[in-house]
Design a binder for this molecule. Structure first.
Ligand SMILES: [Zn+2]
Length: 182
């Protein structure tokens, strides 16, 4: 069975559901590979991320399909609750960075707006590194009103996941709540 680890500052528990195991665990700042400024004092505080289990599973599946390349995509929703997943093409075809096609991105942005939703999350995978923002991820975080969600595929059976608010070079880990589908 495949698994996913969700870094979470505030809770520690297991949710077992096929096809993935999602583990919520304490976020450990010392595990951050690079010295970024972790800050509680953001100008805006984005709501924590709520993601339905089936959406998270689709996102992990997409990441595994694209492996060893980085996958990327967009999650849309309202008030921190995500309801839609738009897998995107990584035009860089790279295992260390991603770039969404501008036309595809524009089309998705228009669709999100038409449905009265918001751009909640920019998602991408790290095939060979931990689920923490890279230097590139920090400088290219162009949507400060959206969270950055990263899934790591560096481990075989467990796929750690991290969600972050990035604002002007500052990083704040965010809570991920996995909502079980009824
Ligand atoms: Zn990255």
């Amino acid at each position: 069975m495949k698994g996913a680890t969700v870094f979470n500052r505030h809770s520690s528990r297991y949710i077992f559901r096929p096809p993935f195991i999602v583990r919520l665990e304490e976020f450990d700042e010392e595990r951050l590979p690079t010295r970024f400024e972790l800050s509680e004092a953001m100008e805006k505080n984005l709501p924590d991320l709520e993601i339905p289990e089936d959406l998270l599973n689709r996102l992990i599946e997409h990441a595994r399909q694209e492996y060893p390349l980085e996958s990327c995509g967009i999650l849309a929703g309202k008030n921190g609750k995500t309801t839609k997943f738009y897998p995107m093409e990584n035009t860089q075809k790279s295992s260390s960075c991603y770039l969404m096609a501008p036309e595809e991105q524009l089309r998705v942005f228009q669709e999100i707006e038409k449905e009265g939703l918001e751009l909640s999350v920019i998602y991408h995978s790290h095939p060979h590194s931990p689920p923490f923002p890279s230097q590139r991820d920090v400088v290219s975080a162009f949507y400060p009103d959206s969270l950055i969600l990263i899934i790591s595929l560096m481990e075989d059976k467990i796929s750690p996941i991290g969600a972050f608010q990035i604002e002007k070079g500052k990083i704040q880990p965010r809570v991920v709540k996995v909502i079980q589908n009824k």
